[in-house]
Design a protein around this ligand. Structure first.
Ligand code: ATP
Ligand code: MG
Length: 610
């Protein structure tokens, strides 16, 4: 495997250094490369039929894969698996992965989605440029060829126009135990069929009044081979071809042709298409026979789709969450869409790592959500700068401050490393230290003070000695104030002089614990969005369940926190580890300098299933 081939790929795969585990798709590709299955292919610089490619050079790409979304929604984490797989395999084997919009269905598609899909793929770290070409295609550009191929099938006796009603067709298809019944129109001559098919194209017949069907085998045990429909009449304006066509190819007919015109070698899809494979092969064999396409045709291989616990991966159901306002849009940080994961604080590297780690298999299974979170933690552990934030603040007053330092208004700088020593690779320069102030008043976490501590409690309670992390050792003296409900609003303590972290006296007094804090002098108020799982059920839509009922009513809790200045200065999208709390990201939409907004990506430890 060469690392210098001009393939479309991220220059540094996230998983570089991690051993690439072989899988059945890698074995298929390696086997084809060994045998030279696709060695004779030519590539004319753009998609096309046999005659077109015959004029081309030997294909510079050793394999061609494709990622073919329908532009009918936002991509989700399941698509991310497919993207990493298709682009990743092309990268690893000196190939090219085409970015293709499967836009043959005029009704559901929208240009709105096109850009979001391109953005998502690019953000994940991939691109479709290779060998000086831009391999961005749309299936609707192939309508002319698809029509021509259909005429060929008609003329060769492999297709016929069926005028049965939909209901009749359904009844005559039979089922698993019963063979189908031939349509009364099945015996028409090619000439009659061609005339009819052209009338369909020319708009002489009503929508739904007839279809073009492949003539294969009405008794096939595979129902998909019982003369599947390949063209239907549908008067709809297409976002690319406008009103040029009133007939449109069916997906099962269009997809193999798209692959073949683009000289795809390995067409990877999810398991539900397994039953379609015989038709895929049948169709391409016929078109190769007719000389429209050249052997060897692409081959389809199926892998298990991603199922992630507590997550829904269906564009339609995700759309329902958006349109019913169960979430705040496609990029709501609770959504498993790529835009949602991105806003939540996931990194492309963590998602690539996830895709690599879950691998590919031939049988469906559920991946635990914690696997995804684990990949994020692993990616951010050595990257995300540390900082202190108090999420449930209560004021702590150091009552002897003025006495010790000469004035109540006195403040002093504290410094702490932005990354722990363990996160710095050998030879790497550590980032500059964080600097924050300490003064008479600081914010601490409410849970860090107990008036009457439970057994074993080590943090603040009257008489106990703790360290303000990176600052001074203090001794708690008790409650300073309570509100009308008896809730503590102020805690009192005394600062112990000459105990500041990093000074010679730091160890002179033994602290029972170190607590996180933010100074009232330079701490900045921040909105922190504490996200939790969107669903309470690990399999929210399994077995036809109503996933809306499984929604977690507490999937978002917004708190007003205090953060240290280095966090308040974050750029949108910047990720941090809030000490003891987990990983957080400055919200890419709402965070602005001076008015910080953070999203919790994940806690520091796995809390799922607990
Ligand atoms: P949805 O059911 O959410 O609409 P889809 O399969 O219809 O998804 P497409 O846009 O047609 O969406 O899919 C583009 C590619 O992504 C296909 O090759 C498809 O197999 C793959 N894909 C979609 N969902 C998953 C998933 N959960 N796991 C792996 N691959 C997926
Ligand atoms: Mg689909």
């Amino acid at each position: 495997m060469s690392s210098t081939h001009p393939s479309n790929s991220p220059s540094t795969p996230a998983t570089e250094g991690e051993h690439k585990v072989s899988n059945f798709l890698r074995q298929i590709i390696e086997n084809d490369l060994d045998k030279g299955t696709y060695q004779s292919r030519r590539w004319a610089g753009s998609p096309g039929d046999a005659a077109h490619h015959a004029q081309g050079e030997p294909d510079p790409a050793k394999i061609r894969t494709r990622f073919p979304p329908e532009p009918n929604g936002y991509l989700h984490v399941g698509h991310a698996k497919s993207i990493c797989l298709n682009f990743g395999l092309a990268r690893d084997y000196g190939g090219v992965c085409h970015m293709r919009f499967d836009d043959t269905n005029p009704e559901k598609e929208d240009t709105e989605y096109v850009n979001s899909i391109l953005d998502a793929v690019k953000w994940l770290g991939f691109n479709w440029e290779a060998h000086g070409q831009n391999h961005l295609y749309q299936a609707s550009d192939y309508f002319d060829f698809m029509y021509r191929a259909a005429e060929y099938l008609v003329e060769a006796g492999h297709a016929y126009v069926d005028e049965q009603t939909t209901e009749q067709m359904r009844l005559n298809r039979g089922d698993f135990s019963k063979p189908g019944v031939d349509s009364p129109f099945r015996g028409r001559t090619p000439a009659e069929n061609l005339k009819r098919f052209r009338e369909m194209r020319d708009g002489l017949h009503e929508d739904g009044s007839m279809v073009l069907r492949a003539r294969i085998d009405m008794a096939s045990p595979n129902i998909n081979l019982r003369d599947p429909a390949i063209y239907r009449i549908r008067r709809a304006t297409h976002h690319n071809t406008g009103d040029t066509w009133c007939i449109y190819p069916m997906y099962t007919y269009a997809h193999p042709i798209e692959d073949a015109l683009e000289q795809i070698t390995h067409s990877f899809c999810t398991l539900e298409f397994e039953d379609q494979r015989p038709f895929y092969d049948w169709l391409l064999e016929r078109l190769c026979e007719g000389g429209l396409l050249k052997n060897p045709p692409p081959r389809q291989y199926e892998f298990a789709r991603l199922n992630l616990t507590y997550v829904i991966t269906s564009k339609r159901k995700l759309a329902q969450l958006v349109y019913d306002h169960k979430v705040n849009g496609w990029d709501d940080p609770r959504m498993p869409t790529i835009v949602g994961l991105r806003r939540r604080g996931y990194t492309p590297e963590s998602i690539q790592l996830f895709a690599e780690r879950i691998g590919v298999t031939k049988s469906d299974s559920w991946i635990d959500y914690s696997t995804l979170e684990g990949c994020l933690r692993e990616d951010l552990e050595n990257k995300a700068h540390r900082g202190m934030a108090v999420l449930d603040p209560v004021k702590l007053v150091l009552t002897n401050w003025g006495e010790v330092f000469g004035s109540d208004g006195y403040t002093e700088d504290c410094t702490q490393p932005a990354l722990p020593h363990s996160a710095i690779a050998e030879g790497q320069t550590p980032p500059p230290d964080r600097v924050f102030k300490i003064g008479k008043e600081v914010w601490i976490e409410r849970e860090d003070f107990e008036e009457a501590p439970p057994k074993g409690y080590k943090r603040l309670f009257p008489g106990n000695v703790v360290r303000l992390k990176g600052g001074y050792v203090i001794e708690c003296t008790g409650v300073g104030a309570k509100d009308a409900n008896g809730q503590v609003t102020e805690v009192h303590a005394k600062v112990i002089p000459d105990t500041k972290s990093g000074t010679p006296g730091a160890d002179s007094v033994k602290a029972k614990a170190a607590i996180t804090w933010v100074s009232a002098a330079d701490g900045v108020q921040a909105e922190v969005r504490l996200y939790d799982r969107l669903f309470l059920d690990a399999h929210p839509d399994a077995g036809g369940k109503d996933f809306i009922e499984a929604l977690n009513p507490n999937s978002l809790k917004v708190v007003t926190a205090y953060v240290e200045p280095s966090l308040a200065a974050a750029k949108p999208d910047e990720k941090f580890q809030f000490e003891r709390h987990g990983y957080f990201v400055a919200d890419r939409k709402d965070h602005v300098a001076g008015k910080p907004v953070f999203n919790r990506v994940t806690g520091l430890k796995d809390s799922w299933g607990k």
